[in-house]
Design a protein. Sequence first.
Length: 731
Amino acid sequence: MNRKNKGSKPRNEGNLSKSILDILRKSPSTSFNYKQIAAKLDLTDASSRNQIIRNLAQLAAKKQIEEEEKGKFKMAGNPEYYQGKLDMTTKGFGYVVVEDMEEDIFIPANALNKALNGDEVEVYIYNKRKKRKSEGEIVRIVNRKKTEFVGVLQMQPNFGFVAIQDPKMYTDIFVQKNKMLDAQDGDKVVVTMEDWPEKADSPFGSIKQVLGKPGEHHTEMHAILAQYGLPHEFPKEIEDFANNIDTSINEDEIKKRRDLRDTLTFTIDPKDAKDFDDALSFKKLDNGNFEIGIHIADVSHYLKPGTILDDEAYERATSVYLVDRVVPMLPEVLSNNACSLRPNEEKYTFSAVFEIDAKGYVKSEWFGRTVTLSDERFAYEEAQHIIETEEGTIPTEISIRENGYSVGDNIVDAVVTLNDLAKQMRVRRMADGAISFDKVEVKFNLNEENEPVGVFFKTSQEANKLIEEFMLLANKRVAQFIGKQTPKKTFVYRCHDEPDESKLNTLQTVISKFGYKINLKDKSSISTSLNSLLSDVQGTKEQNLVDTLTIRTMSKAYYSTKNIGHYGLSFDYYSHFTSPIRRYPDVMTHRLLQNYLDAKPSAKEEEYEEKCHHSSEMESLATNAERDSIKFMQVKFMLDHEDEEFLGVISGVTEWGIYIEIVSNKCEGMVRLRDIRDDHYDFDEEQYAIVGRKNKKMYQLGDEVYISVKNADLVRRHLDFNLIGKKEQID
């Protein structure tokens, strides 16, 4: 840890030359004389000043600097400066990612100049290369990505240091005694970085919040949220504002809406869901077609622009789903009550209503505000039972009610018919090039203390796909309805670019080890062969590995006003319309759609593009937090299984160890190369393997091996395994 806070003087000519260049680079348009440079370096003695004069002459002779007027120097030539985002590695150096630049700029550890991971920076390229990455130095921090960090307080008698948990943070933060709140040595805390004096090795900060003792359940969950700058509760003024909103259903408002309360309507959601933001309605028409409504909670009716509640929802941009809790975008009075489409309650909704024929083709569409009433609430398991049996009796063992119950033939007919239509729509979507990701989700059985007592896998069944298909239909047709209008109107699209070619080549190399192949000829053949691959690996030991690697080849979906279509779904137009309780972009979609239904002018694109960018960023943070909470629970679950033997699949190979995913519970951990005792193993990058120097034994990506748990670290959310051996050699 860097714990010195002393100024340092140049000790030799090389160091002094670098210090002079640093000063000139940071102000490339300004000329300096030797006195100004000496003052900046805090060198006051005659010997040091003479050294500076000598160095300036040498640098000018090498043409690294130029003498603009007698005795005044600046950087030579036309130095190259770029702005970009710093991406740190865990090894202490970083890369600056510049938009529209093919190669990232390498930044050595000694050229970071106090910039941190994610900061927007200005970089000077001093070594431009054609075949290797250019090298540069950060000369200015344009914008700090974050100033709050999570770490552990290490106290000294009169001060302390917070050791930051993020492996990409290369410095700890110095905290004076009077800025520690009531934190104790060893506490996990949130620290705010306030200042980084020029000659200090560590930034100065103050403790903002004490989270608790490392490893404790609530400490770690709050730490995950704090690490990504996510809140864990609403401020009192926001709760008070929400509680004072008029949530009653009144006749004047009903008159402004299409009244669908008499149409058969129901919801299908997870059995533990508390907010129901979408419902389906079903009606048979005299011409043999069906009127199917996708009804979405009308959040925008309650959430008004310019209010503190709307500002809070925008800042959050999304609900966050940790393993043991939900951090909602909206206060409970809206998310679980007023906006939730609970059975037998009248609700304001925003609807997409379609006339669909028996083959699943849309014949007509209508979008607008409605009032609806849900007749039934189904869990996915209950809807699946109806689909499989075509009967309305729900047995007790899958019922969300205390005892089993029965529903009428009209609802059974609706669920079965909707499923038949969804299947036909899905077949066509796949034929059009959509990619089918049915990745296994890891879920935990939690006891009353939220301790994981079991692991189970959630897979998508027909009932899930039924809902998915109609939500996709609504999202697609809403985006199409606005996107095809002329003149062009500002709208919020969900965009997804084509896969990265280099990642596809890497995937091809990996899957060839298992005997699979993808056709990289063109866009159509790629999507077709990816679907074949995902289908072929179903139920195999390498399924989760191949699923994960295939997902990684995909570009990241994002929100934008600039529509490029959605590659993964094979849609030319796609938006998010169906989940405004938990996603702010859906609220924006509702507002813009209503704006255009009212024939109002197009909204400002620049303003909405900024909101789209913010929403994409917050979605990414929430995803990372959710992933970390799963890792924490997996480690916690494995604490009770140390020394047990497990069958796993090698899921990653690196120069320092092999990652192994346990087959029975999907927990992933690492076997470090130094812990494999029977030989010295080297990393073979081409074969995605490690190979023993003497015995030539190979452990390759996808191999089945037996392991035991060596160490389960809750604080680092990391599992270390002992390697027992290959399955084929032990069985």
